[in-house]
Design a protein around this ligand. Sequence first.
Ligand code: NI
Length: 191
Amino acid sequence: MSLSPKIEARKDMAVLQIRTFGHPTLTKKAQPVRDIDAFIVELARDMVETMYCAPGLGLSAPQVDVSRRLITVDLSVGKNGKDLIILLNPEIVGLEGEITAEEGCLSVPGVFEKVSRPARVEVKGLDLKGRERSYAAEDILARVFCHEIDHLNGKLFLERLSPLKRQLLKRKLRKSQESLGLNEDRFLRQS
Ligand code: NI
């Protein structure tokens, strides 16, 4: 879906704060979007802006502290308007194969690890006008869909790593947050 002129004309788009490892919304299962109201439309636009600013290939609503099933994806990171995908209530309805490749997450800055994902997925959801959309994705697009849909289920890509690697990384992340003076202990215990 490309940016409509209406979206481009909007002057008050906001870059939202991306929440990082330890924030409780990141480990919650997000709720389906039932009404595509002004809040959802504005959230989607702000998420696109935030994703481009980061920059990232994809973003999910829980990452900006909204526990709703909404993702934005753009492999061109804004360079090619037709690459933008805004999907409500996305679901993986088919998957095939497996590819292991390096992956990172805007909510886990500085960590890149190899993660196995399906090579091809079929994803269904709704666009901002409530129309059903279906994507046959492979390779990086399939990976981004899987990664963002994991976020909607309260799962960070760290959960896809081996238990040993995961524990090491979590310990490291907690330490670096502590050294930054972030007092999110009560959040950290839940992750
Ligand atoms: Ni992520």
